[in-house]
Design a protein around this ligand. Structure first.
Ligand SMILES: [Mn+2]
Length: 265
């Protein structure tokens, strides 16, 4: 049997437009919404309903886990979709899948008017171009993860997984998560966890005709100067359950990019 084709994060990314009436776009990612994190849900809900931005682009891992749209009938999932519906009444919403919520599918998208973004995608506006991605596809150092990603992002795996009963899917997802956490524990210093590959990012930026990449996934919020006029902005993950609230959005306007902390509920 032939090996599956390698993921092609470097393929030319499609281009979408900010649009003429848009004054500001919010980028966020890695909110990891889950039923046992009520303060994080509250902070996210408040932001989605009150942000002055005309558009909110969610760049992956909005949900801690999404194991199929039929699981979206749950109370917590329904509450999240309701926030999205309400927010979408007065602003543009766009959703990019992350490694936790790539199974958010057609049914959820029928319930919520939000664009499905390919990964990566170029967003053009305010006289500039941004390359947007979740970020995991460029963590090339982690070969085992990349092989896993190719498998689970393929239609064969997804059809098989979605055909199983919900309880079985939940068990499979829990097993995957445990394996990933065990792997992280085996590398106690977070500096050793895979990060995005700067060489691959540079190639993608040049192909996209963009000088700025915005991504999440790594939970290492920062702005990196890549040299030769290129830069990489990393979004924060969100956690409002602990002593120190954590979470922000990156706002893009004619003035450029600026990080805004999200207010604690
Ligand atoms: Mn992720």
């Amino acid at each position: 049997m032939n090996a599956p084709p390698p993921a092609a994060p470097d393929a030319a990314a499609p281009v979408i437009l900010v649009g003429p009436h848009c004054r500001a776009v919010d980028f966020l990612s890695d909110v990891h919404l889950r039923p046992d994190a009520p303060l994080t849900f509250e902070a996210w809900r408040a932001h989605m309903l009150s942000t002055p931005a005309d558009a909110v682009f969610m760049l992956g891992d909005l949900f801690e886990l999404w194991i199929g749209d039929d699981a979206g009938a749950g109370r917590f999932e329904s509450a999240c979709l309701e926030v999205l519906r309400e927010s979408a009444r007065t602003r543009r919403l766009a959703f990019m899948a992350g490694n936790r919520d790539f199974l958010l599918g057609a049914q959820a998208h029928r319930e919520v008017p939000m664009e499905q973004l390919p990964d990566p995608v170029v967003l053009e506006g305010f006289g500039a171009r941004l390359l947007l991605a979740h970020g995991d596809a460029w963590c090339l150092e982690d070969a085992a993860y990349q092989a896993f990603r190719r498998e689970v992002r393929g239609p064969a795996w997804q059809q098989d997984f979605l055909s199983r009963p919900l309880s079985e899917r939940a068990a499979v997802a829990a097993g995957i998560r445990q394996a990933s956490q065990a792997r992280k524990r085996s590398l106690p210093d977070p500096a050793l966890w895979a990060d995005v590959d700067h060489g691959a990012v540079e190639v993608a930026l040049r192909q996209a005709g963009a000088r700025t990449l915005v991504h999440g996934h790594t939970h290492r919020p920062a702005r990196h100067d890549l040299g030769t006029g290129l830069e990489r902005w990393v979004l924060s993950d969100w956690d409002f359950e602990g002593q120190v609230p954590r979470g922000d959005v990156l706002r893009w306007s004619a003035a450029g990019l600026a990080r805004h902390p999200v207010v604690s509920p």
